[in-house]
Design a protein around this ligand. Structure first.
Ligand SMILES: Nc1ncnc2c1ncn2[C@@H]1O[C@H](COP(=O)(O)OP(=O)(O)OP(=O)(O)O)[C@@H](O)[C@H]1O
Length: 872
């Protein structure tokens, strides 16, 4: 209401009002009066006598005296006291009248009646309301230079719920915080008063509607706080309708508080007891608020601690004026005395607790917790910022990437030639050199990289969703952001960085690598070490190469020597970087990366002769150990890399397998044939490498062969095409789908990945990274946590169904998914069905489409966010 007032006019009117009419104590905002009720018939019949006497207009004394040592005084002074013979009219005139009539001057006011049950609050307040209204009507009548509107509303607060006494139903009303008007009661009925009889009718309705109950002290005790509010709006007639006319508005609240008696006094039980506790609590808050308002203008006033004070905040705080009428009868005094004694006791015990050492330690403990939480918040903020900047970088780099990659690859290739990186034509080795293929081994190397932050915690955990994740999920149009935030960094994060780091490292390595003849174990190891030397200081790759690789190689190098004698071998480890891989795919270089199963001879030799270096299956399955073989790539013919996904058990770890060659049923025969027939192969330059590293109990076995083809010879197919990339792609995708299921990968991620990668040849790197990440996750992630996250994601998706599908579409959807149209929780049922059959590609396609529809279009997610980002 205050917001409607013109501030200047308020001030001027206020001062006029204060000078002439307002209370006898100018400046005092709270007026407190006491009214003594006359003895009622019952009390007279019992020959009760009043305990109090008014000795003058402002002092009451306790008639029977108190023991000398009593803490309580026997005389009390108020703004005004009214003896039992005073009429309500007199009480009004000499008491709250001035306060009440401030409303016509634009000042919010409130008048409270406080006292024990049956002390006469309702009786007094009814009279005061009527007298006030009569005076307001008179005032309006006398001031015809202004146009007035008086509105009437009434509510009660019963058990802390607000009810409209003029409303049609009993629905509790909500309190809303309006920036301009403060707390407002939503949907409260407000009636414009017509005349006197209208007012009487409304008061009668309120009386009839109010909650009453029988207590031991009052047969019709009011069990709620009642607030009758009159709002007076006025504007000067001469400005009526003018653009700059201002409306003066204020309200006066007549608050008939519920009985202040204590539960024990009214022998309360059950609902009466509950009422009593609500009443007492809100009265306590009111007391605190009034005390704080009367003491100082500054400091916190706990208006919000109860609905009563919240609703009355405008009528109590600020420039508002208040009159309180304390209703008195003899029981009240005893009650007050007891209350005071109790409060004093409470205060004493609080004081003693606060000085005890126990509270000190509690305080310390709390401070410690706060400090810890602050640190955690800081740390989390840091992590979030870091993640965000990574996303930025990655997206930034995406646009330049293709060009850069091509250029780098071209540079790299020419450099490689110059430095005789590649072996001569007949150097297809039976004894492949072993080294660490950085990008491909990026994931598996993670735990080694003790000089860098470990990434595995980023890739294998799914953080718990916050409670509000749904809103963020729903409000944020970008699925990537959502996934980044709530399901941890996507594969491109962290992995991308590792790939980037490794790319940089490997680029250096390439420069240093020389092709040498492998003479013996020692040489090999020393050569290997020498490769790593340029990386000294990096610590990561160096560590892998010098320590693990050499150690791992020792036992088998004798065997390798034999074959090395027969044929020249590229004894230098060649590091195949992601960028090279990627470039190969993009077709800028004449590279064939030969699938290692082609080199089964090599592999078998290795496996047989160096058994202890080969990871037994059970060990593989226990830890991170993994045997993979690189695919064959022939970019000269525009083919894509093919990953050997043949053995699904390698991913899902269900069955036993040997760590030797896994055959691709589609390609092995072809490749085997190619390998066996070296005449056909005739690679110009070929690099073979294999890595066997031991990482605590987790081991890897890895091999890749790289061939640089002059383009004239195609090792894979005479047509220059890989026989069936599409088929290979489908097989890879199926396995990824199974891994998604095994790792409880978020459905949003699956859907986007599925929809974005449709078999384009350039997708192969992404496929591979996804596969590796999932294999890693499969072995390390905590299933329980991620499956809970998945369940929550399904729930969130189910809630989106209503928004994204029309009723008709929904019905069609349910039918399609075999959900009974009349069954319960259809949306949830549907969300549970999504992605639940990893074998059925039609089902997967449908699931991806539904998820994409629920969260937005996949075009919003650039492919790069799923794969590696190579920034030079
Ligand atoms: N000043 C008075 N003169 C004559 N009768 C009175 C006076 N005050 C109260 N009464 C009578 O005392 C009885 C109790 O009064 P009332 O209902 O107003 O008490 P109350 O404080 O509102 O009680 P509760 O809190 O239980 O609602 C009523 O019958 C009322 O008419």
């Amino acid at each position: 209401m205050r917001s409607f007032r013109d501030d200047e006019s308020i001030h001027s009117m206020q001062s006029t009002q204060s000078d002439s009419q307002v209370s006898s104590a100018p400046g005092e905002k709270i007026f407190v009066a006491v009214r003594l009720r006359p003895l009622n018939e019952k009390e007279k019949a019992r020959s009760d006598a009043s305990d109090w006497d008014c000795i003058n207009n402002s002092t009451v004394i306790y008639k029977h005296g108190l023991p000398e040592k009593s803490l309580f005084p026997s005389a009390y002074r108020f703004d005004r006291v009214f003896a039992s013979e005073c009429s309500t009219k007199q009480v009004y005139e000499e008491g709250p009248k001035n306060v009440a009539l401030s409303v016509v001057s634009g000042i919010n006011t409130s008048i409270f009646a406080y006292g024990q049950t049956s002390s006469g609050k309702t009786y007094t307040m009814r009279g005061i309301t009527e007298y006030t209204m009569a005076d307001i009507f008179d005032y309006i009548h006398e001031h015809n230079e202004r146009e007035f509107v008086v509105k009437f509303s009434a509510m009660e607060i019963y058990n802390e719920s607000v009810r409209d006494l003029l409303g049609l139903d009993n629905t509790p009303l909500r309190l809303l915080d309006d920036p301009e008007r403060g707390t407002v009661v939503e949907k409260l009925t407000e009636v414009t008063l017509r005349d006197w009889s209208h007012l009487k009718d409304l008061l009668a309705v309120c009386e009839a509607e109010r909650q009453i109950g029988e207590t031991s002290l009052n047969e019709t005790s009011s069990r709620s706080h009642q607030i009758i509010r009159l709002t007076v709006e006025s504007s000067a007639c001469e400005f009526l309708g003018a653009y700059n006319s201002s409306i003066l508005a204020a309200s006066v609240s007549f608050v008939d508080l519920a009985g202040s008696e204590r539960a024990s006094q009214t022998l309360s039980v059950g609902s009466r007891l509950k009422e009593g506790s609500h009443i007492n609590r809100s009265l306590l808050t009111l007391g605190t608020v009034i005390r704080k308002l009367s003491k100082s203008r500054n400091g916190h006033v706990p208006f919000r601690d109860s609905k009563l004070t919240r609703i009355l905040q405008n009528s109590l705080g600020g420039n508002a004026r208040t009159a309180i009428i304390l209703m008195s009868e003899k029981a009240l005094v005893k009650q007050l005395q007891k209350e005071l004694a109790r409060l004093e006791n409470d205060m004493r015990s609080v004081a003693s607790v606060s000085t005890s050492g126990n509270s000190d330690s509690l305080l310390e403990e709390k401070e410690r917790i706060i400090e810890k939480m602050s640190l955690e918040i800081k740390e989390l903020t840091k992590q979030r910022d870091l993640a965000q900047s990574r996303i930025q970088e990655m997206l930034q780099s995406t646009s330049d990437n293709q060009v850069s990659k091509t250029r780098i690859a071209a540079n790299y290739l020419s450099e490689a030639h110059e430095k005789r990186l590649w072996h001569s034509e007949n150097s297809v080795s039976d004894s492949p050199e072993v080294t660490d293929p950085p990008h491909l081994n990026a994931a598996s190397n993670i735990p080694y990289r003790n000089d860098r932050p470990l990434r595995h915690d980023n890739v294998n955990t799914f953080p718990q969703l916050p409670d509000n994740s749904e809103e963020i999920f729903l409000s944020d149009g970008s699925p990537n952001k959502f996934m980044d935030k709530y399901f941890g960094p996507d594969l491109s994060h962290g992995w991308g960085e590792i790939a980037q780091n490794n790319y940089e490292s490997s680029e250096e390595s390439f420069k240093e690598v020389r092709c040498v003849e492998m003479e013996n174990d020692k040489d090999k190891c020393s050569e290997t070490s020498s490769i790593s030397s340029p990386l000294e200081g990096d610590g990561g790759l160096e560590h892998v190469l010098s320590d693990h690789t050499c150690e791992a190689l020792k036992p088998k190098s004798t065997d390798m020597q034999a074959t090395a004698d027969k044929s020249s071998v590229c004894s230098k480890p060649t590091i195949l970087s992601s960028s090279l891989f990627d470039t190969a795919i993009s077709g800028s270089g004449d590279i064939n990366i030969l699938k290692s199963s082609s080199f089964k001879e090599v592999d078998t030799t290795m496996s047989e002769k160096s058994e202890k270096d080969v990871i037994p299956l059970d060990e593989c399955e226990k830890g991170l150990a993994k045997t993979t073989k690189e695919p064959m790539i022939n970019t000269s013919g525009g083919t894509a890399p093919i990953h050997d996904f043949t053995n699904e058990n390698d991913f899902v770890g269900e069955k036993e397998q040997n760590t030797q060659t896994r055959r691709d049923p589609n390609s092995d025969s072809h490749i085997d044939g190619a390998i066996e027939n070296k005449e056909v192969l005739k690679p110009d330059h070929e690099v073979i490498y294999e890595e066997n590293t031991v990482q605590d109990t987790q081991k890897y076995k890895y091999e890749v062969m790289v061939k640089i083809d002059d383009g004239s010879t195609n090792v894979h197919s005479p047509e220059g095409q890989y026989p069936d990339w599409k088929l290979e792609f489908e097989r890879q995708r199926k396995q990824i789908i199974q891994l998604w299921d095994a790792c409880d990968i978020p459905l949003v991620h699956r859907a986007y990945f599925f929809l974005l990668f449709q078999g384009d040849q350039s997708d192969s790197v992404y496929m591979e990274v996804e596969f590796r990440r999932l294999s890693f996750l499969k072995q390390t992630a905590s299933r329980g946590k991620s499956s809970r996250a998945l369940k929550r994601e399904r729930d969130m998706l189910s809630r989106q169904i209503l928004k994204k599908y029309s009723t008709k579409e929904r019905e069609a959807l349910y039918r399609k998914w075999g959900i009974e149209l009349k069954s319960k929780q259809r949306r949830k049922q549907l969300s549970r069905l999504l992605w639940n059959d990893t074998q059925d590609m039609d089902h997967i396609k449908e699931s991806a489409a539904v998820v994409a529809k629920l969260v937005g279009q996949p075009s919003q997610a650039p492919k790069e966010t799923f794969g590696l980002s190579f920034t030079p």
